[in-house]
Ligand binder design. Structure first.
Ligand code: BGC
Length: 370
């Protein structure tokens, strides 16, 4: 990958520009690449290949794609990669979708660096490929990317951590914190981390924050497979090695699954509850936030992301311009992938009711506590 993560300033500038308006691109990526051949039959097969069920958002996305694509008159084929041999199985699933005649293949990649062959096969067969939530790297054959603004997610997490420390910790700075990032095979992990460090690094530099373990790089903080047990055991060992004689005030966690694992670790070690961030608005974490345990999460409304993806598919089917609002941020190493980025929303106890205004299932939970 040449340059997925641009300088922070460039990204923010690009993001601001990109989100201020949206442009359209002729859907000429598939069908041999000729714009004049854009469009395909109504009712066509649409493949959706999702990586796993470790986070609620993936489970929900599968259901929403099946319903939404059927409603739009397509024939959906939604597949999850199994828990073992996941990368190879996802490759096989995508290849089978190509062979089966899918006209668009939506991919939530398990490992975005290992799909170039299958994505090229889709292109050669005249199908379009949309990278969903996670970028597919090192191939020109990916047509579009649709996601929440990942850099912004990280920035919001960094800001929430700072605010939470001030609000919840009963001493002044310096605060002891630890950093967690996501799985190294997910292109999002680096972008979330860069976004968070854009906010946190200056506070580390000026002494407001201290990463007492000294583990501050992406590789040192990584959580293989986004698995809760890996975050929990890393937190356990950091508590043992570094916090026998000091308190841990806060933890940057890239998502809710890992946030709860980190909180389990601190609780089992008999430590006071640190300020912990999250992402995804998982039911258990929303409850935890309302109970005053987890500090924050991010609302990335899966319904909106799936709706935007289906809109793209409808535009491709009709041979219309495809809406994109960013043509700068997501260089996958082979091309800058035209993207549609949605705005993530930070959620804490204070704004939860407002943040979930349009998400009835979560609003109901919030109201139980009010
Ligand atoms: C998604 C997050 C999710 C994580 C683990 C990331 O690519 O953007 O929403 O928490 O994967 O599934």
């Amino acid at each position: 990958m040449k340059k997925l993560v641009l300088s922070a300033a460039a990204l923010v500038a690009a993001g601001a520009l990109a989100l201020s308006g949206c442009s359209s691109e002729r859907g000429g990526g598939g069908a041999g690449g000729g714009g004049e051949e854009a469009g395909f039959e109504a009712g066509a097969k649409i493949g959706v290949a999702l990586p796993d069920k470790t986070s609620e958002n993936w489970v929900l996305a599968g259901d929403l794609f099946t319903e939404g694509l059927e409603e739009a008159g397509f024939e959906p084929d939604v597949q999850y990669a199994p828990a073992s041999n996941t990368v190879a199985e996802q490759q096989n699933q995508i290849q089978a979708m190509v062979t089966g005649g899918a006209k668009v293949i939506v991919i939530g990649a398990k490992d975005g660096k290992q799909l170039a062959t299958q994505v090229q096969a889709a292109k050669d067969a005249g199908a379009y490929v949309i990278a969903y939530d996670r970028l597919i790297e090192n191939t020109e054959a990916v047509d579009y990317y649709v996601a929440f603004d990942n850099f912004k997610v990280g920035q919001l997490q960094g800001q929430a951590l700072l605010e939470g420390l001030e609000a919840r910790i009963d001493h002044d700075a310096p605060y002891n914190i630890e950093l967690f990032s996501g799985s190294p095979d997910d292109a999002n992990s680096a972008v979330f981390f860069e976004g968070a460090m854009d906010v946190l690094q200056p506070k580390i530099d000026d002494g407001t924050l201290v990463v007492a373990s000294g583990q501050t790089s992406l590789s040192q903080t990584a959580t293989e497979g986004w698995l809760a047990e890996n975050a929990q055991s890393r937190m356990d060992s950091i508590l043992t090695s570094t916090y026998s004689d000091k308190e841990l005030d806060g933890v940057l966690s890239p998502n809710d699954t890992l946030a709860r694992a980190i909180l389990t670790s601190t609780e089992q070690a008999g430590k006071p509850t640190p300020v912990v961030t999250g992402q995804d608005s998982e039911v258990e974490s929303v409850r935890s936030i309302m109970e005053g345990v987890q500090y924050s999460t991010i609302n990335k409304d899966t319904t909106l992301l799936v709706e935007q993806t289906i809109k793209m598919i409808e535009q491709l089917q009709a041979g219309e311009e495809v809406d994109v609002n960013d043509t700068e941020q997501y260089d996958n190493g082979a091309k800058v992938v035209p993207s549609y980025l949605l705005e993530p929303v930070i959620v804490t106890q204070e704004n939860a009711a407002e943040a979930y205004e349009n998400v009835p299932s979560l609003l109901e939970i919030v109201q139980e506590y009010q």
